[in-house]
Every structure is written in C-alpha cells, then in structure tokens.
Design a protein around this ligand. Structure first.
Ligand code: AHM
Ligand code: MG
Length: 329
C-alpha cells in the first residue's frame, strides 16, 4: 500500500515534509513551515523535560489553569514555547491552548491557519518521570485573511482538520502526525537534533487485547461500559493505563487496544477536551484504521460549541469499539 512517493525509514522529518509538499500541486509551503515550527517547539520542550529534575522545573506553580487544575511549571513552559514558536513562525493567526481561557491572537492576521493545542498533556505524570505528550490540531481559518481571527475559526468540527498530531515524550520521543492521508511517526535522534521517520504508514491492528481506563472510576461508569470491562477481564485481556492520553493512545495504536474515558460523577460530559485532545487523536485514529466514538456518535461528527468543551471518548481497534457499542441500548 505504499505511496509511489513514499520515502524510506530513516528520512528526516524536514525532508519528508518537503517531499510531501511537492507531491501536492496546490501546496504553498505554509503548512509545511507550520509543521516544522511545531517540531522545533517539540524539540525545545523535549530538552526542558529531560533536564526538568535538574533545574527544579517540576512541581506546582501554586496557580490553577482555566479548568481549575493545578498547573505545573512545565505546562507553563510548554505553553509559552509553543505560543512563541507559532507566533514567530508566521503561519498561524490564532491559537487555543488547554492552558488559556481565550483564543491567543498571534498578530499575524495574514496567516491562513489556526492551531488548537494541549502543550503538555498528562499533568499528573510530569514530576514523576512518566511519559507525557503534546497534542495539536490544525485548521485553515474561515474568517477572511487580513481580519482578526475569532472563535469561529476553531469551531469548525473535527472533519475540517487539515492536520493533527502528537509528540510523545516517552522512553524515546516520537512525533506522529497526519495531514489526512497516511499516519507517520518520527523518532527524535537527540545526537542529530532531528526527527527521523521510524514508523511509516502506521496501520493499527483491527482487534486487540489491551484495555485502558481509570479503574478507580469503574463504579461510576454507565452499565454498558462496566459490562464491556467485565468481558475484557473474562477474556483475560491486558489492563494498561498510564494516565497520559498520548502514551496510552500511542501504545494501543501500535499494539491494538481500546482507550475508555466515560462520563463520571465528577465529569458528567467526560473529562477530555474535544478540540485539542479528542478531535486530533480521533483524526489520527481513523486514518490509521481505528475508531473514536462516544456512546452515540463518532467523535469527528460532534458539533463543537465552545473552546474547552469536554467529551467522553472510546477509541481504538475497530473490533473492540464495535463490541463496546453493541452493549449500549
Ligand atoms: P490533563 O490535560 O490535565 O493532563 O488531563 C488529561 C489526562 C489525560 O492525559 C489522561 O488520559 C487523563 O487525563 C487521565 O485522567 P485520570 O487521571 O482521571 O485517569
Ligand atoms: Mg490535557
């Protein structure tokens, strides 16, 4: 199934992006530059994370972000780094971030794109050396070029994403993204300072044996979800849950599994944020052959209403997601 212009494993991200740009006649290079800006910010965050323990970057700031969670120093740093990289890069007119209530205007009103980002996801894992990630989603603006961007640019819906991706800062750092065609992963080689194509055209298994949810919440899950989890245990499936969405998603994508974040008493609409957590991962999941749904619709079909809207999320191998959905009346 490899594309005629497919590049071999070992190709650098920069070269890959340039090659893809030439493959599309209409491409002007702005999206390519934007993807490179995100990769650069990712390298900077990666550096900060790797030395976090040394320079006392871990631990709380004593302030709360817009969702009322305690904000970690690294969250703040990642937010600043990404905003700066996207502002300086010049291809983005506005950003929304998990860390900020309102849209961030970059001042580049002539730019075509807007970006929704969770700069550093997995906040409870930051100061304990466990994998964390960045999630991003890119749209072409709908407001006229030259004008000030508005929330409308962000509330287009999941199908309108032009690209989505994540960076997982794990046992190695990997950037995975798609522009709506294949999904490709680039592992960071720190000695070269380059992301290198390591996972070309990722296709997820159709079925799997891993299930990932916060077991502490199970009593609050709705009946069909509890039934599904009981069936996983009956089949001696494997429970794996890191509590960093990117890390749990990446593992299940490669190995075959299902990720579940159902509604709970504390988060009746689900915990995860639609625009910069669910949409981008759902976009990647579908392109890699997985499904991403709530109990009643596909994540990408959800109509966005507000910037920090939440959703429940069931995502992973299509056979597993279908088995779960069958249990809902
Ligand atoms: P965060 O944006 O505050 O980091 O929260 C999102 C995280 C996801 O990475 C993870 O999947 C989920 O929250 C874990 O939640 P819980 O601790 O409730 O299991
Ligand atoms: Mg998050």
């Amino acid at each position: 199934t490899s594309h005629p212009l497919a590049l071999p494993v070992g190709t650098t991200l920069d070269r890959y992006i340039m090659n893809r740009q030439y493959a599309f006649a209409y491409a002007t290079g702005e999206l390519s530059q934007l993807l490179r800006d995100i990769a650069l910010a990712g390298k900077i965050i990666n550096r900060e994370i790797n030395r976090a323990g040394l320079i006392d970057l871990t631990g709380g700031m004593g302030v709360q972000n817009v969702q009322g969670e305690s904000q970690q120093k690294l969250d703040v740093i990642a937010d600043i780094r990404f905003s700066r990289a996207l502002k300086n890069g010049g291809e983005v007119c506005a950003i929304i971030s998990e860390e900020e209530e309102e849209i961030i205007l970059t001042g580049n009103n002539n730019a075509k794109y807007v970006v929704a980002i969770d700069p550093l996801d997995g906040s409870t894992n930051i100061d304990v050396n466990v994998s964390i990630g960045t999630i991003f989603s890119i749209y072409r603006r709908v407001t006229p070029i030259g004008s000030e961007p508005t929330v409308e640019d962000f509330l287009q819906g999941g199908h309108e994403q032009v690209a989505a991706g994540y960076i997982l800062y794990g046992s190695s750092t990997i950037l995975v993204y798609t522009t709506g065609h294949s999904v490709n992963g680039f592992t960071y080689d720190a000695s070269l300072g380059e992301f290198i194509l390591s996972h070309a055209d990722i296709r997820s298994p159709l079925d799997g044996t891993i299930y990932s949810c916060n077991d502490g919440n199970v009593d609050e899950y709705e009946e069909p979800v509890r039934k599904y989890l009981a069936s996983c245990r009956e089949k001696h499936h494997t429970a794996r849950y890191i509590g960093s969405l990117v890390a749990d998603f990446h593992r299940n994508l490669l190995k075959g599994g299902i990720y579940l974040y159902p509604p709970t008493a504390k988060n009746p609409d689900g915990k995860l944020r639609l625009l910069y957590e669910c949409y981008p991962l759902a976009f990647i999941a579908e392109r890699a052959g997985c499904r991403a749904v709530t109990h009643r619709e596909s994540i990408l079909d959800i109509k966005p209403r507000s910037l920090h809207q939440r959703s429940s999320l069931y995502m992973g191998a299509p056979a597993m997601v279908s088995d779960l959905l069958c249990l809902f009346p």
